[in-house]
Design a protein around this ligand. Structure first.
Ligand SMILES: [Zn+2]
Length: 171
């Protein structure tokens, strides 16, 4: 089922999401809905708080731009355990529609987490995948990419979101 995306400055986007405790059917449905919503909205990643669920769950698919063979990735309770180097990435966010800007982040990260069945795994990511993972994990900590920008640019982002909501008659 496609879920409704929350837009900045919705308060749920600013909450620190809780760890998933049960790897049950509800989680399976959540992850499957998150993929469906992400593809419908043409996003490269989605975090559960963006659909109003304050849990540490992210989904990604960066296969449109990389040769990474594992295209559909869901990580439950993800943690960044190592980060190095740094690079400028052009980011956007489904919760900040219509706005894109460059931010600087580590370009190589190691992430640990669990799959939807509760099995632990590790991802060694670089470039776009590393960027996307960090962006989605930020959502779980109540952070948005626009927080890294100057007040001037944050103001531009806010106006873009307001314009988008007006044009699409969203609340
Ligand atoms: Zn985002």
């Amino acid at each position: 089922m496609i879920r409704k995306i929350l837009y900045s400055p919705h308060p749920v986007l600013r909450r620190v999401a809780a760890k998933v405790q049960k790897f049950d059917d509800t989680l399976q449905v959540l992850v499957s809905d998150m993929f469906e919503t992400m593809y419908a909205e043409k996003g490269a990643g989605l975090a559960a708080p963006q659909i109003g669920v304050s849990l540490r769950v992210i989904v990604l698919d960066v296969s449109y731009a990389t040769e990474n063979p594992c295209h559909k990735i869901a990580v439950i309770n993800p943690e960044i355990i190592a980060a190095q180097d740094s690079k400028e990435f052009n980011e956007g966010c489904l919760s900040v529609p219509g706005y894109y800007e460059k931010v600087t982040r580590p370009s190589k990260v190691v992430i640990t987490g669990f799959d939807v069945n509760g099995s632990p795994f590790e991802i060694h990511a670089e470039d776009l995948l590393a960027d996307c993972l960090q962006h989605e994990i930020d959502h779980l900590n109540g952070k948005l990419f626009i927080d890294m920008l100057s007040p001037l640019k944050r103001g531009m982002a806010r106006r873009k979101v307001e314009k988008y909501k007006r044009e699409h008659q969203l609340d």
